[in-house]
Each structure stands twice: as C-alpha cells, then as structure tokens.
Design a protein around this ligand. Structure first.
Ligand code: PMP
Length: 509
C-alpha cells in the first residue's frame, strides 16, 4: 500500500488481499482518495465485514482477524489498553489490605481535566482526585516532564537550576520567616521529616495530635494518626509519647451548639496545661489547619491561635499538615492556616504539588532546619529530582496561568450553594461542610440524632458511579461524601454532580 502526498492509496474492501496469495504487489496503487479523513482497516477473512468499532471485551478477537494497519502505513501502533480479565484487586500479587474504591472497580486507563475514562469509553466526573490539582492528562505537564526526562534526572547531591528555582518558589509562597525547604516524595515523608525536625529542634519527645486525624502510614506518622477509619487500632496502639486533643468537630463532636467553638478552645488549652503539669514534655503539635479527614470541617474560630500559643509557651513547635487542604484548594486561601489566622513553625505539603508525581515538601524556619545537623545530613534520593522539581514548577505555573485557585473559589461557592439547596430537599443531608473545592456532604439517618448513614453512603457512592460520578465516603464514620475534585472543575460538571446526587437521593440507590 502506497501513501503519497494528498493522493492516498486506498485498500478497498472489494479489492481484498487473500492470505498467501496477495492480489496486489508492493508499490501498486490500488485506489485514491481526496484530502480528508481516511479510514483503513485490514481484514484477513475474505467476505467478512468487520465493524468499525467494537466493545473492548471483543477487541482481542477482532484484532486476530483485523491486524492493526498502523505499521503497514508507517504510523505508530495503536495504543489500546487491554481489558483485564482479573481485576487487580483479585490478583494474588496484590496486597489485600491495599485500599481500593468500589465493589467492582472500573478499569480506568485515561483521564482528561476533571474526567476519568474507563476501558469501555465510559466517562466519569471525578469529584475526589485532590492530588490531580491541574487535572488529568495535562499537556503542559506531560511535555515538561518528557523534556526533563530527556535532559536529565538525577538527585539533589548534584546541582541543577530547577532545584534552587523550585525551593525558592515554595519559600516565596510561605509566610515570612518560613524560608527553608526540604523536598521529599509524599505527605507521609513530609510529616515524618517534620516530626523528626521538631523533635530534634526542641529536644522534647512529646507530640500532641487531634483525634480523627490522618497524617501518614510510616511508623511515626501512623503513631500520630488517630483516625479509626484509617487504622481501627489507632487509639489502642498509640505510643506513650503521643497525646491527643478532643476532636474539635462542631457538627457531631462532644460539644455542639452556639458555644461549642469556645468550649473546644478552652478544652484544648486545659488539656495542654495538664500535659505540661504531668511532665509530658511536649515538643510538637501537629494538625490539619482545616479539619480535612473529618469531612472538610473548619476548626472552631481561634482554635489554632490558642493551641499554638500554649504549645509554644511550653517550648514546642507547631506543624501545619497542608497535605490535603493547602495549595489553593480552599479557594479563598492558599494555605489552610490562613483561615485560622495563624502562622505555623513548619508546613508540610504534598499531594497536589506534583499533580500525581511523587512530591512533598517541608517548609520551615532556618533554625529548625539547621537543627537536623545534630543527627547527620539529610538526603532523599528522588525527593528533589530534576523531573520532580520541573513538574512541581509546572504545576504552579499552570495553577497561575489557568487561575485555578480563583476557579476553586468561584466554582466551589456555586457548588456549595447548590448543595445547600439540595439539603433543603433531602433530610438525609445533615450538613454541607467546607469551602472552595474542599467540601463534605454529611449523610445522616436522622437530623436530630445525627445518626451516621454509613451503609447508605457506601451504596450512594456505588450508584453515583453508575450515573457517571466518582465520589467516595470519608470521615471516621465513613458517612461524609468527600468532595475534592481537580481544581479545574467546571460549574457545569459541578451541577451535573448535584443533579445526580439529587436523583439518587430522590429515586433511591
Ligand atoms: N496528611 C494528610 C492530611 C493526608 O490526607 C494524607 C494522605 N491522605 C497524608 C498526610 C499522607 O500523604 P501521602 O499519601 O502522600 O503519604
């Protein structure tokens, strides 16, 4: 088959190549077509008219008789993901404890902006990928990473421009005084390093965390994670250097009502004073500055100011875990701690920083970073690699150029208003938490008792998938729909999500 300029040779169905007995020879022109799209299909079974498209489950069968013509035409071979006969979750090599979504997980092989696409071509609105801040399949990110891979990918013991550029950029995003940056690979690593820095710097072993929180899976971050949804043993296996504050959950915590906020503040300060009096030697306080794991609930007004003051008064430092809530997602604020009007001593950030590339950072005061020298030097092989730094820079460029923090604020506000309207229609929606593109829809069986609608939340998420929306439960009771989509979510996709939720809550699940 010959392809020349605008006159393209055409293999007509009627001409047909018979196996072993070609009816055309190489170089022979067998037809022509004008400019415009041309569809070429090979078929090795005479008389068979293959379909133009088929279900992915049948692709292997059709490929056997309809070989991919790409190579013949000098094109790249088609990129078709095979349909897995056995879901990865059922494979023996897959650790059964590895968390996964859905009873029958769709095989997702592509993404575009705030959409996920499975192998059957079904498109879903993605309401939960908070890591993918700039969206799936972003061409600028793909190009920047491909170029950096082709130039160099090594480690931070060598010097390359983008390393300093990215560290400066992160420091410039942090408040004055937080000017020193460590680059790692994940939120767990960032929190682990932050805990170690705080412990070395203060020389005090005690750590205070709040209940119903998650900070990572490593030994140290698991020790300070108190969420029983992530680790059912979290409250019984806690080492003695970890202490906790009551969950400041103003919707369903121990204190409710108008004065709940002040009671949480007073309670936290009293607990810290009691810990100091008991000789606990607290060196570190770690918390999400916006209560993410509990479902996107703001901390009570003045909570972090009071707690930070008390922790510092007795010689401790404060870590703000911004892994989920920071980096512009709240819309109005770039960092979650801005909402509480405080400045931490150490910021940890990850997730969205790399849009899925393993990337995390600790940003702190110089003297805290310098303390690490007492225990040697710091090095993370891939943490500050040229590819990671380049991707980190590109994510920030895209966020700026596409106005994604602004989008989080605008679309988030519209979405919140629509969800509140839905709350007026459906008693099951006990509360709409959060701001920007970080929200939680808390589902209850009874608004008065606030009994969590646990089984219903799981079933609603399964039904939402059938309707084209990816959304999942969160919180210690798994009764909050977590809403933290790519920050490029559009108002129309947000409206689609609300419409589908309305349909499920109206029709049942
Ligand atoms: N902190 C918070 C608040 C998180 O939500 C998470 C991840 N869910 C982590 C830390 C751990 O981050 P990673 O999964 O990147 O280790």
């Amino acid at each position: 088959v010959l392809l020349t300029g605008e006159r393209m040779s055409l293999l007509l169905g009627g001409v047909g190549l018979r196996p072993g007995k070609p009816s055309v020879v190489a170089g022979q022109e067998i037809g022509s077509a004008g400019p415009g799209p041309l569809r070429i299909q090979l078929c090795s079974v005479a008389g068979l008219v293959p379909p133009e498209f088929c279900l992915p489950q049948l692709a292997a069968g059709w490929f056997a008789v309809c070989p991919d013509p790409s190579e013949l035409l000098g094109l790249d071979a088609s990129d078709v993901a095979p349909v897995e006969s056995l879901p990865v979750t059922q494979r023996e090599s897959f650790a059964a404890v590895q968390e996964h979504y859905y009873q029958v997980p769709p095989q997702i092989e592509r993404g575009w902006r705030h959409h996920l696409i499975d192998v059957t071509g079904r498109v879903y609105v993605d309401m939960i990928n908070n890591v993918t801040v700039v969206g799936h399949g972003h061409p600028r990110l793909a190009a920047a990473s491909a170029r950096q891979w082709s130039l160099l990918n090594t480690n931070s013991r060598f010097h390359y421009g983008v390393l300093g550029e990215f560290a400066d950029r992160l420091a410039s995003l942090a408040p004055d005084g937080l000017d020193t940056v460590f680059l790692v690979n994940s939120g767990t690593e960032a929190n682990d390093l932050a805990l170690r820095l705080a412990g070395i710097h203060t020389g005090r072993p005690g750590v205070v965390a709040i209940l119903e929180a998650y900070h990572g899976w490593s030994v140290a971050t698991d020790a300070v994670s108190t969420s029983v949804a992530d680790n059912p043993q979290a409250l019984v296996t806690r080492p003695d250097w970890v202490h906790t504050l009551r969950a400041p959950n103003s919707y369903r915590g121990d204190f409710q009502g108008d004065d709940a906020g002040q009671r949480y503040v007073d309670d936290a300060v009293t607990t810290l004073q009691q810990l100091a009096a008991s000789g606990a030697r607290i060196g570190t306080f770690i918390a999400e500055p916006y209560y993410g794991n509990a479902g996107g609930i703001p901390l009570p007004d003045g909570y972090l100011r009071a707690v930070y003051d008390e922790v510092r008064r007795t010689g401790g430092v404060c870590i703000a875990d911004e892994v989920q809530v920071g980096y512009g997602r709240l819309g109005e604020f770039f960092w979650g701690f801005e909402q509480q009007q405080v400045v931490p001593d150490i910021i940890t950030v990850a997730k969205g920083m790399g849009n899925g590339q393993p990337l995390g950072a600790v940003i702190c005061r110089r003297e805290i970073a310098d303390s690490f020298a007492r225990e040697g030097y710091f090095f993370s092989s891939a943490g500050a690699s040229p590819v990671s730094c380049r991707i980190g820079m590109t994510v920030l460029d895209v966020m700026r150029d596409e106005g994604l923090q602004h989008n989080a604020r605008e679309v988030g506000a519209t979405l919140r208003a629509e969800l509140e309207q839905l709350q007026a229609l459906h008693p099951m929606i006990g509360a709409v938490h959060g701001m920007g593109l970080y929200m939680g829809v808390e589902l209850v069986r009874d608004r008065a008792t606030r009994e969590p609608a646990v089984a219903e939340t799981a079933a609603i998420c399964e039904r939402m998938l059938e309707l084209g929306v990816v959304v999942q439960p969160t919180g210690d009771r798994m009764n909050v729909l977590k809403i933290k989509p790519p920050m490029c979510l559009t108002a129309s996709s947000a409206a689609f999500f609300v419409e589908m939720l309305n349909r499920v809550l109206t029709e049942g699940w």
